[in-house]
Design a protein around this ligand. Structure first.
Ligand code: ATP
Length: 237
């Protein structure tokens, strides 16, 4: 079932410093929503709040109108939320196929896990390396497998933290097409990414975070021409 994510007025503090300060964000089913901003802006911290790894001091997270702010990561995963991490979290000694299988078995229906993996190997064009161990993959391919693991749980909302880092241009182009098909299936995709070409090409809406606050929200064209965004981020990339 498609899920809408609503983040309202989220604040997180480390010591006395606010890493997030009154952040609002919305991600809708069938759309790719971008979250961009300079290093240290608070993007990963916001992902941690959305996925339940960090509790905000203020604000709420809701999925389809149901408040989930107090739920832990496992409960959120059962509600259809899947995420990837900036640091690869693959099982290094397992094959690509088995990495996907472990994730698929945690999905809503274990009986279909191997069929789900079969489908993903084709969809992500991973069949040729299905028996390769994760340790032997390039960073770019590792990231693709990590996205495969997130998809194996058949999420309704998918959080991707810098999935294209380490991918070459061809891998990124294929990845961009994949993200569109994931969104077209009704998934709400939330994408943190520094690769501006990918963000501008694939996102329907982009949120720009700077120093813990949302600086701008709009279509890629609107955000790209926003002077505040150019000054805070785009001018420097
Ligand atoms: N566990 C922590 N303890 C203290 N400060 C932290 C912690 N995690 C993050 N921060 C600080 O919070 C701010 C936001 O960090 P965060 O990693 O969310 O930024 P980011 O936008 O994801 O950056 P990047 O693009 O480099 O990944 C930074 O100033 C960071 O130093």
């Amino acid at each position: 079932m498609p899920s809408q994510l609503e983040v309202e007025n989220v604040t997180v503090a480390f010591g006395g410093r606010r890493a997030l300060d009154g952040v609002d964000l919305r991600a809708e089913p069938g759309r790719v929503t971008g979250l961009i901003g300079p290093n240290g802006a608070g993007k990963s911290t916001l992902f941690d709040v959305i996925s339940g790894l960090r509790k905000p001091v203020n604000g709420s997270v809701a999925l389809d109108g149901r408040e989930i702010t107090k739920l832990g990561p496992a409960r959120r995963a059962r509600l259809g939320m899947s995420r990837t991490f900036q640091r690869l979290e693959l099982f290094g000694r397992l094959s690509v196929r088995d990495n996907l299988l472990v994730a698929a078995e945690m999905g809503p229906d274990r009986k279909v896990a191997s069929a789900v993996v079969d489908g993903l190997l084709d969809r992500l064009d991973l069949r040729a390396i299905a028996d390769t161990t994760a340790d032997a993959l390039s960073t770019g391919m590792g990231r693709l497998v990590e996205v495969g693991r997130a998809l194996a749980a058949r999420p309704s909302i998918l959080l991707l933290d810098e999935p294209a880092a380490g991918q070459d241009r061809e891998e990124t182009e294929r990845f961009s097409a994949l993200l569109r098909t994931v969104a077209d299936d009704g998934v709400a995709v939330l994408l943190v990414e520094h690769d501006m070409e990918l963000v501008m090409e694939v996102c329907d809406t982009v949120h720009v975070l700077d120093l813990g606050k949302i600086l701008s929200v709009g279509t890629p064209d609107e955000v790209r021409s926003d002077e505040r965004v150019i000054t805070a981020y785009l001018g420097a990339t």
